[in-house]
Design a protein around this ligand. Structure first.
Ligand SMILES: Cc1cc2nc3c(=O)[nH]c(=O)nc-3n(C[C@H](O)[C@H](O)[C@H](O)COP(=O)(O)OP(=O)(O)OC[C@H]3O[C@@H](n4cnc5c(N)ncnc54)[C@H](O)[C@@H]3O)c2cc1C
Length: 511
């Protein structure tokens, strides 16, 4: 039996792993977490996926308790600004497309030449809530989509059936601190110390980690949560890291924490604004905005990026300290090698454009529980884990490359280069098909990667890569049903805007 786990690293990955394994296995598995008091975590304001609620519900954590402690706010969508040229915007919401007569409203939108509204406002309710800064919950705590309310209990991403309408923004450092309290209460042994060496046995597997002041820490399974350092899986075990920079050029970021002057102007969405050499995120937390410029250092120096970010997000606030980050983009060939599993940035990372870092962590720890080993270390079990993790990361890579290829933007050397880079084979074929018709389930990336059909359609239409026309079949169908759905959706959106409180009102009421 493998019943002692050592986690190295105390960022979001380390503490999410520790608390999840404890919630799953209780006292049957001992967990030690070693974290350096000296090496900081990444800790920029973080945006998540709607499916992160499986994690919180699995641990039995209630929004009203954890959100105020982590400066958390709601995220209903990502607003893409200037991706089709300056002054443009569209929303990528957490909302599936409705269907009329067997075709999505997106197909009908093409057939009806717009139905009087831009695609996102015509086909989704969420953009209306975003533009009016609404909370997804009423002041009594109930959700606007009532049938989706209530805890999911001990369920995982694989059991997700419905699209939940929101995710969260939170301060990752505060979440790690909050989870530390939970983990220690659950019985996690917390060692605050630096790992100075990693011991290996005759097979080359990890036998122990040596700390500066607490001696050797031994265990059966080691989880590498040391961030981009990848102390165990890359530095010690030498696993090959596959870079994605051939298709995704951004390799640096600079971040600022900006106090928000007017608290009530909290947006219930993340904004991604296209810039000359990358894009800027704006993540509204309760009390401040997290912002950062993600860019390629081939086209912009760190000084230029910082200047552009300050001018955009915090003019006149030279006192705010900038945090420059080098990003390692790609994934390990295998994230589980021998008795070591890498989770978080040590396993893989694509740039933060679709907020997938914490989603990767959640997916990895759910799969770790499903593939938890015994003393046989069954190779097929480990291969199964590695396949799932690789497919999720690769699928997100394809989806992100789509963002750069589908936008016509080519007005700076950086945007020109995004079109000149190699295109992954799957995506090349996808774009060819998408030029003739909107995709369906059979044409999007075929393995689970967190994004559904509606996301692929939204990005194509939002970025301006519409097919040459509607599907021919729609010319033979009566559009009355679709017209009624567009009208009904609009009425529903207007009603919600009138009854829901603002995000600020609701979040303040939680406090
Ligand atoms: C610019 C940027 C923006 C991002 N935005 C988002 C976002 O919006 N949404 C999202 O979901 N994800 C985002 N991510 C990803 C997200 O930040 C990470 O996935 C998440 O915070 C997990 O990080 P981590 O725990 O793997 O690593 P880190 O936060 O780097 O933590 C590493 C830990 O390892 C410890 N450590 C390292 N070496 C040693 C040692 N020798 N001994 C002991 N301890 C050691 C450190 O002390 C630290 O505790 C972003 C990442 C970047 C770079």
């Amino acid at each position: 039996m493998i019943n002692d786990v050592v986690i190295v690293g105390g960022g979001t990955a380390g503490w999410m792993t520790a608390t999840y394994l404890k919630a799953a296995f209780g006292d049957r598995v001992d967990i030690t977490l070693v974290e350096s008091p000296r090496i900081p975590t990444i800790g920029v304001g973080e945006a998540t996926f709607s499916t992160v609620r499986h994690f919180f519900d699995y641990l039995g954590l209630d929004e009203s308790e954890w959100m105020p402690q982590c400066a958390a706010s709601y995220k209903l969508a990502i607003r893409f600004e200037n991706w089709r040229g300056d002054g443009t915007h569209f929303y990528h919401p957490f909302e599936r497309l409705r269907v009329s007569d067997g075709f999505t409203l997106a197909d009908w939108h093409l057939r009806l030449n717009g139905a009087g509204e831009p695609f996102d406002r015509a086909c989704y309710v969420t953009p209306w809530l975003c533009e009016n800064r609404r909370s997804p919950r009423l002041l009594d705590g109930s959700l606007f989509a009532g049938e989706l309310d209530g805890s999911l209990g001990r369920s995982t991403l694989e059991e997700q059936r419905a699209q939940f309408p929101y995710a969260y923004h939170f301060d990752a450092a505060q979440l790690a601190t909050y989870l530390t309290g939970i983990g220690v209460k659950q019985g996690v042994r917390h060692v605050l110390d630096d790992v100075t060496a990693v011991g290996q046995d005759e097979r080359g597997w990890i036998s122990h980690v040596t700390t500066k002041e607490h001696g050797d820490v031994t265990g059966g399974l080691f989880v590498d949560c040391t961030g981009f350092r990848s102390l165990l899986i890359n530095q010690t075990l030498g696993e090959n890291f596959r870079s994605f920079t051939d298709v995704l050029p951004n390799n640096r970021a600079v971040a600022l924490r900006v106090p928000r002057e007017e608290q009530e102007l909290i947006n219930p969405y993340t904004t991604a604004t296209a810039m000359d050499a990358g894009w800027i995120w704006t993540i509204p937390l309760y009390g401040r905005n997290g912002t950062g410029y993600v860019y390629s250092d081939e086209f912009c120096s760190p000084e230029e990026a910082e200047r552009a970010l300050r001018a955009f997000a915090a003019p006149g606030r030279d006192d705010l300290e900038a945090n420059h980050i080098r990003m390692r983009i790609g994934r390990n060939e295998r994230s589980w090698v021998g008795n070591c599993v890498a989770v978080g940035l040590s396993s893989g990372f694509v740039e933060p454009l679709e907020s997938t870092g914490i989603f990767f962590i959640q997916h990895a720890i759910e799969q770790l529980v499903k593939h938890f080993p015994d003393e046989r270390w069954e190779p097929r079990l480990i291969d199964g884990y590695n396949d799932k993790v690789a497919r999720v990361i690769d699928g997100v890579r394809e989806f992100l490359v789509l963002h750069y290829r589908a936008t016509a933007r080519a007005d700076t050397p950086y945007w020109k280069e995004t079109k000149a880079r190699e295109i992954p084979p799957f995506l090349a074929e996808f774009l060819e098909i998408a030029a003739t018709r909107l995709p369906d389930e059979s044409t999007i990336y075929p393995y689970y990667h967190g994004f559904e059909l509606y996301s692929w359609i939204t990005m194509l239409l939002g970025l301006g890569h519409a097919p040459q026309g509607a599907r021919p079949a729609l010319a033979h169908l009566d559009p009355a049903g679709a017209r009624a759905q567009f009208a009904g959706l609009r009425a529903e959106a207007e009603r919600m805007v009138s009854v829901l409180p603002t995000a600020h009102e609701y979040l303040t009421s939680l406090r």
